[in-house]
Ligand binder design. Structure first.
Ligand code: IPD
Ligand code: CA
Length: 268
């Protein structure tokens, strides 16, 4: 039986959950394996999760090239159908400390471009919730269809990634902090995009020029299929190549109104 790409990504996400769910916050999660392809220290939990994916894709003979955050580019076939963009643990610091907010992020792209992503799965590894989407087919949380929150919320919740942000960027963002009371940053970019797609955040902003393709690939298709706008820092539709050097800034917003409301407050 031939499996659909989305079935493969969902299946392997469940295996990651099975293999790492009891590791978070333990000494075993933390072991240092040197710097991975994405530039951060690879932890034992990252390595176990990536191995789960690579082993499974090999086992089912999936013809692809894996672009992993730790393992780098791994060509599993000479007749590749496309790229599996893998952040096997997003929110590694949370996972190692045991903060229950970390996930896996797996996407499939047919070409060397974000806009060619056809499928994506983000698995919340602290509770097994699976967010998934395929191009043109909508976005889901487990079996439930999800949509961004497009009404006027009682509490406007604004996600802003401020981790390692420069003083200059923080100064530009200051008016947003001054005006809005409910600013959030949870520490796993992909899962924050999933929360946004599900309608729990009204906008999610990362203007640090730091985020890697692996952190954003599955979120890209899930946000779009949930009806969200996904823009770059110049407010153009977000796109980029899939290279390891690429770093991105982006805005995921429920509608133009909230972009006008929040983004207009950011200093030029
Ligand atoms: C990190 C998380 C974090 C973001 C960092 C990423 P990692 O991914 O997404 O929220 O602020 O820029 O590197 O290293 O835990 O896979
Ligand atoms: Ca990541």
């Amino acid at each position: 039986m031939v499996m659909e790409v989305i079935e493969i990504l969902c299946e392997v996400s469940k295996l990651i959950y099975k293999n790492v769910k009891d590791l978070a916050g333990t000494d075993d999660a933390a072991g240092d394996f040197g710097r991975g392809a994405g530039g951060d220290i690879s932890r034992n939990i990252d390595i176990i999760a990536e191995k789960t994916v690579l082993d499974y894709l090999k086992e089912i003979n999936f013809d692809c090239i894996v672009l992993g955050e730790e393992c780098g580019r791994v060509e599993l076939s000479k007749n590749s159908k496309g790229f599996v963009i893998m952040d096997a643990i997003d929110g590694s610091a949370n996972a190692v400390r045991g903060v229950p907010f970390f996930c896996s992020s797996l996407a499939f792209a047919t070409e060397n471009k974000l806009s060619s992503i056809t499928d994506g799965v983000i698995m919340n590894l602290s509770n097994g919730d699976m967010y998934w989407a395929s191009k043109g087919k909508g976005a889901f949380l487990n079996e439930l269809k999800i949509k961004v929150y497009d009404k006027e919320p009682i509490y406007k919740i604004i996600g802003i990634n401020t981790s390692g942000a420069s003083e200059q960027l923080m100064n530009k963002l200051y008016p947003v902090f001054e005006k809005h009371n409910h600013i959030r940053h949870f520490g796993a970019n992909a899962l924050e995009m999933a929360l946004f797609a599900r309608g729990l955040l009204d906008i999610f902003i990362d203007l640090r020029d730091k985020i890697r393709i692996q952190d954003i690939a599955a979120g890209y298709i899930i946000v779009k299929e949930a009806g969200g706008l996904l823009l770059d820092a110049d407010l153009n539709p977000l796109d980029s190549d899939l290279s390891y050097e690429t770093r991105i800034s982006f805005i995921a917003a429920a509608n133009q109104k909230i972009i006008d409301d929040v983004i207009s407050q950011i200093k030029k």
